[in-house]
Design a protein around this ligand. Sequence first.
Ligand code: NI
Length: 177
Amino acid sequence: MILKVARLGFPTLRVASQPVPRDVIRTHDFQKLIDDMVETMHEYSGVGVAAPQVHLPIQLAVLEVENHPRYPDMPPVPLTVLINPVVTVLDQEKVEDWEGCLSIPDLRGSVPRFKKLRVEALDREANELEIEASDFHARVIQHETDHLKGDVYLDRMPDLRSLAFLPELQRFVLSNQ
Ligand code: NI
């Protein structure tokens, strides 16, 4: 089932989400929620969806980058379910790149993100998961785990003047690079 995506202003996008109790993960309802979030991510061509974006303040996010129309040059990231994720930064170096968010439609902004990190979480079988990620993969993880803290990419922008609507960004900025 495709879920409605909350837009900026909806309260769950601005609160710290609650951890998911481990024994809840394998329940039918929770598995259905994960499936619905994946379906929603695909429907809206997102590279990730966090539970606060579907109106639930819980620490759950899904992400996937596979033949993505908006990011054709990016290395693929397999479908990943992150529950109660904890991020450790492995490289303090930051890289700037463009980001958007399904909860902030049509806009893109240039956001510095840590280049390399490790994330520890539970997967959809409630097993412990540890992933090291760098570059775009690390960016997607930072974006989605920020949602679980009540943060959006706008909060990470040192200069809001790069903010642009996608068609204008493509026409006036990216085409000149
Ligand atoms: Ni987002």
